[in-house]
Design a binder for this molecule. Structure first.
Ligand code: GSH
Length: 216
C-alpha cells in the first residue's frame, strides 16, 4: 500500500497536528505542502480546508478523523487511549480546543496579526485588545488542566496534547500570547516539556502565515 499522503501546510496548526501523529507513530508519510484552498485540497474537503489525507484509494478530511484513522491503521504508540474514560477525556479536550480555544487564540488573536482586516494591513490593535480577556481566561483553564500531571489526559501524551501544542506555538510568536503563556507557569512548563519531542521539532513550520492559493 502507498504511504499516507497528507495534503496541507505545516503552517496550519491542524495540518501540523496530523503530521505529529505520523511522527509519534513513526509512520512513513508524505507531506504535500500546499497553500490554503489548493485544488488538491478542495477536491477532497467540501469547504477546502486543510489538512486532507489520501491513502491508496481512500480520501479523508477533518484533522481529528485523519488522526483517528492513522492511529487505528498503523502500529506504534496509540494517541487515542482505548480506556473509555481516557478516550472520552481526549475527545473532550479536542472538542473544547477546536470549538472554543482555536477560535480565540488562532482565528481571533493570531489572525489580528497575520491576516488583519485593517485598511493599512497593520496588526488590528482593537481586535487584539478586545480578545485579551478571553485569551487570558482560556489560557488559565489550560494551565489548571495540566497542573497535576503535565498532560491534558491522565499521564499520557495523547491527541489532546498534539492538537493543542501547535496552537501554543503560534501564540508564543506574538507579544501578548508569549507573555500570557509565560505567566501561566504550569502551561509554560507543559509547553517546554512537549516542545522538545521529536514529533514537534520535526514538524516546525517555516516562518510566515499560511499562503493562499492564487485564484485560477
Ligand atoms: N475542522 C477542520 C479545520 C481545518 C482548518 O480550519 N484549516 C484551516 C487552516 S489551519 C484552513 O484550511 N482554513 C481555510 C479556510 O478556512 O478558508 C479540521 O479539523 O481539519
Amino acid at each position: 500500500m502507498a504511504k499516507p499522503e497528507i495534503i496541507g501546510s505545516l503552517r496550519s496548526t491542524y495540518t501540523r497536528a496530523v503530521c505529529m501523529v505520523c511522527e509519534e507513530k513513526a509512520i512513513e508519510y508524505v507531506l504535500t505542502e500546499r497553500p490554503l484552498h489548493a485544488p488538491e485540497i478542495a477536491a477532497i474537503h467540501p469547504f477546502g480546508k486543510m489538512p486532507v489525507l489520501r491513502h491508496g484509494d481512500f480520501e479523508l478530511f477533518e484533522s481529528k478523523a485523519i488522526a483517528t484513522y492513522l492511529d487505528r491503521s498503523f502500529p506504534g504508540p496509540c494517541v487515542f487511549p482505548s480506556d473509555p474514560r481516557l478516550a472520552a477525556l481526549t475527545e473532550q479536550w479536542v472538542s473544547l480546543v477546536n470549538t472554543v480555544i482555536d477560535r480565540t487564540l488562532i482565528r481571533t488573536y493570531l489572525f489580528a496579526y497575520i491576516a488583519p482586516k485593517t485598511a493599512d494591513g497593520r496588526a488590528d490593535r482593537e481586535a487584539i485588545d478586545a480578545v485579551m480577556p478571553a485569551l487570558r481566561e482560556q489560557i488559565g483553564v489550560l494551565d489548571k488542566a495540566v497542573a497535576k500531571s503535565g498532560y491534558l489526559v491522565d499521564e499520557q501524551f495523547t491527541f489532546a496534547d498534539i492538537n493543542l501544542l501547535p496552537i501554543l506555538y503560534r501564540i508564543r510568536q506574538f507579544p501578548e500570547g508569549a507573555q500570557t503563556l509565560a505567566a501561566a507557569t504550569h502551561l509554560a512548563d507543559y509547553y517546554d516539556q512537549h516542545a522538545a519531542r521529536q514529533s514537534f521539532e520535526r514538524t516546525t513550520p517555516p516562518p510566515g502565515p499560511p499562503r493562499r492559493s492564487k485564484p485560477s
